[in-house]
Design a protein around this ligand. Structure first.
Ligand code: ADP
Ligand code: MG
Length: 170
């Protein structure tokens, strides 16, 4: 039986962020109902929103999951908490941020979960790794690749840190 295909966004700018990303994907892969199938390359991105803080690392990963969207959100939040994530300042510095971007074709709008994630099409640091995994994905009637072209000035500020081999099933 195949599970649901989901895409998550990873971000962080405190501590050893690459290690946090690997830890995060290892935890998700270790969940009996979830498997990490692919990761995007890794990018360094200037901080967005609150600019007086260190650059971020960003990436996306594709999952196959048998969890419901809300169960998956809880799992993502528990992994963030294990990495010492403190929720204080909106857009502020963080060790590990895991966002649920896409869950199959589902559209979800509840108090604590909106999918597709509402800011996907506005932020190059989400779109670029997402478009790497699924360039033809349709978001609001246009492809991910098209949305990224619109954000090309923001995209140009992103630096490639690693290709997609930074995470391997261990
Ligand atoms: P940020 O917007 O910077 O990622 P947080 O990670 O602190 O901020 O998330 C704030 C809230 O966003 C969470 O409490 C969560 O319930 C809510 N949320 C709504 N939709 C999503 C989603 N698709 N993925 C992750 N969190 C979401
Ligand atoms: Mg988040």
């Amino acid at each position: 039986m195949t599970g649901h295909k989901a895409i998550i966004g990873l971000g962080g700018n405190i501590g050893d962020v690459l290690d946090s990303f690997r830890f995060g994907l290892d935890c998700l892969h270790a969940d009996p109902a979830t498997r990490v199938t692919r990761a995007s390359p890794l990018y360094r991105t200037p901080a967005w929103g609150l600019e007086e803080q260190p650059d971020f690392l960003n990436a996306c990963a594709e999952l196959e999951t048998w969890l419901s969207p809300h169960e998956l959100l809880s799992l993502l939040q528990s992994v963030e908490d294990m990495r010492g994530r403190k929720r204080c300042e909106m857009w502020g510095p963080r060790t590990l941020d895991l966002d649920l971007l896409i869950y199959g074709e589902q559209q979800i709008d509840t108090n604590n979960l909106t999918v597709p994630h509402p800011l996907i099409t506005e932020r190059a640091f989400v779109l670029k790794p997402l478009a790497y995994l699924t360039p033809g994905m349709i978001l609001g009637a246009k492809t991910a690749k098209h949305h990224l072209q619109v954000l090309s000035s923001e995209e140009q500020k992103m630096k490639l840190v690693s290709d997609d081999t930074w995470w391997m099933v261990s």
